[in-house]
Design a binder for this molecule. Structure first.
Ligand code: GDP
Length: 296
């Protein structure tokens, strides 16, 4: 288990938290992700702000926080199934004018199963119809008890529309992260997780990854499931080419020979040969699984 290995590693140092925002459809997950990015990324860098990105990192008072977009909950559970849950803290967004809905309950269940700490973002507080106390009551009924009611979960009033409460939310994320003592070894062989992937015209197979341990560098030989390659480029969330990627940071990796599945683990290898062999073994394994399914 990677987390346990890092725990024992004396060379591990503090790393930023990775956050997933989840909630019922239309409660403002996308708006909140956009509002945070807009509030924290300077004008010049924000060129691509309207375009969808799988993950990004912002700075709050000199400390980094990475946000992960989960396009549908399926991807999230897929990631967890592979035992590569990259999320340190779950932010549950609930529209204060709408309250707890079926997908909110699903998210509460996922959060409980994952064991990750939870922060509730009470969104749409700009609306006159917002009823934060009603939401608190509903959440408390499902075991998510507000701190101001004697419970252990912070409820932060926000408005993705006006930007109200965004700083509060980020401060609370950092306080929660501090307690978790998140660490990684920047000098270990790099391990990252694919959060999104596609085949891009001109670039070929690309994968958005979050580094979990080590530092991913341009020129690294990597294997990622049954795909492999040598990293040709790392492109950050502001569309800038970077040379290396530290733990908890995210970038698009260019240089793989095939498109890897999301949730797949990317590992740096000593050589081209080793990466190829690893990928080949995985190909054979996948084929074996396929065959055993088709003969049933
Ligand atoms: P998602 O499905 O959870 O990603 O929700 P969206 O971010 O797409 O938001 C759904 C709708 O709610 C959109 O029309 C948003 O403009 C609106 N919305 C989101 N956040 C706020 C907010 O803080 N205040 C108000 N008034 N509307 C919001």
């Amino acid at each position: 288990d990677l987390a346990q290995d890092i725990e024992k590693d004396p060379d591990a140092t503090k790393r930023p938290p990775v956050i997933t925002i989840m909630g019922h459809v239309d409660h403002g997950k996308t708006s909140l992700l956009d509002a945070i990015r807009k509030a924290k990324v300077s004008e010049g860098e924000a060129g691509g702000i309207t375009q969808h990105i799988g993950a990004y990192t912002v700075q709050q008072n000199g400390e980094a926080i990475t946000f992960l977009d989960t396009p549908g909950h399926a991807a999230f559970s897929h990631m967890r199934q592979r035992g590569t849950d990259v999320t340190d803290i779950i932010v549950i967004v609930v529209a204060a004018d709408d309250g707890v809905k079926p997908q909110t309950l699903e998210v509460i269940k996922i959060a409980k199963e994952s064991g990750a700490p939870v922060i509730v973002a009470l969104n749409k507080m700009d609306k006159e119809t917002a009823q934060p106390d009603m939401v608190k009551g509903q959440m408390a009924e499902h075991g998510i008890s507000p701190v101001d009611w004697g419970g252990d979960v912070e409820f932060i009033p926000v408005s993705a529309k006006s930007g109200m409460g965004i700083d509060d939310l980020l401060e609370n994320i950092l306080i929660t992260a501090e307690v978790l003592e998140l660490r990684a070894n920047e000098n270990a062989m790099a391990k990252a997780t694919v959060v999104e992937s596609s085949l891009e015209k001109g670039r070929g197979p690309v994968a958005t990854v979050i580094v979990q341990n080590g530092t991913l560098k341009v020129g690294d030989y990597v294997v990622c499931g049954s795909s492999y390659g040598r990293i040709k480029a790392l492109i950050d969330e502001n569309n800038k080419q970077i040379k290396s990627l530290l733990p908890s940071y995210t970038a698009v990796v260019v240089g793989l020979n095939e498109v890897p599945a999301s949730g797949e683990v990317m590992m740096a290898m000593e050589s081209d040969k080793e990466a190829k062999e690893y990928a080949q073994k995985r190909h054979e394994y996948d084929r074996h699984i396929e065959l055993s399914h088709s003969t049933k």
